[in-house]
Design a protein around this ligand. Structure first.
Ligand code: CA
Ligand code: CA
Length: 189
């Protein structure tokens, strides 16, 4: 059976009459019931999302990973004021490599880049990306000039506690003329 517009009007008027005859008291009860249901719903949602015992759960740093290592600047001369390979017959420029130490342990060592002229940045790729373990203690990043027969020359070092830089994609570390730029990935849980 189709509802004509007259029928609709009739139903409409009927509903209005129904509400009109409900006592004010009944409407008040209805209103209170609706308010109660509304707040009960809010409390339930609040309880579901709130941490228990008021402890705020923060995301914790669980790992730090080096994506890239760039030595942006390195000392021009050794301690004796001479070129790093002053005694080499042909090439006096250094052959840098990077080593990362924790306590007495080597936790990373890069490849060696031969004969790097002063003023040019040096990029290292070996074994990258590399997770740092530990990531919340002070590490030492050292730069060496590899020398064949004699001991390698230490060109400088910086200390680095990864956790202190968490969230930063680029970390710049410097000490004297040495400037190291790391790009990092941070992992949270
Ligand atoms: Ca040397
Ligand atoms: Ca050398």
């Amino acid at each position: 059976m189709l509802l004509t517009s007259n029928n609709c009007t009739f139903i409409h008027i009927g509903l209005l009459s129904y509400f009109r005859v409900m006592s004010v008291r009944k409407l008040n009860y209805m209103f209170l019931a609706m308010v109660f249901v509304f707040f009960a719903g809010c409390r339930a949602r609040h309880a579901a999302t709130s941490p228990s015992k008021g402890v705020i759960r923060k995301k914790m740093l669980v790992a730090a990973e080096i994506k890239s290592i760039q030595v942006a600047a390195m000392p021009r001369y050794g301690k004796d004021g001479e070129a790093w390979d002053a005694y080499a017959p042909l090439a006096t420029d250094p052959d840098p490599f990077v080593r990362i130490m924790w306590n007495e342990s080597v936790i990373y060592q890069s490849e060696t880049k031969d004969n790097q002229p002063h003023g040019n940045p040096v990029f290292f790729e070996k074994s990258l990306p590399q997770k740092l373990v530990p990531f919340d203690q002070s590490l030492i990043i050292e730069l060496f000039d590899e020398d064949g027969i004699s001991a390698n020359d230490n060109m400088g070092y910086v200390s680095f506690n990864p956790a202190e830089y968490h969230g930063k994609e680029e970390v710049l570390l410097s000490q004297g003329e040495l400037l190291i730029s790391l790009t990092m990935t941070w992992y949270y849980e």
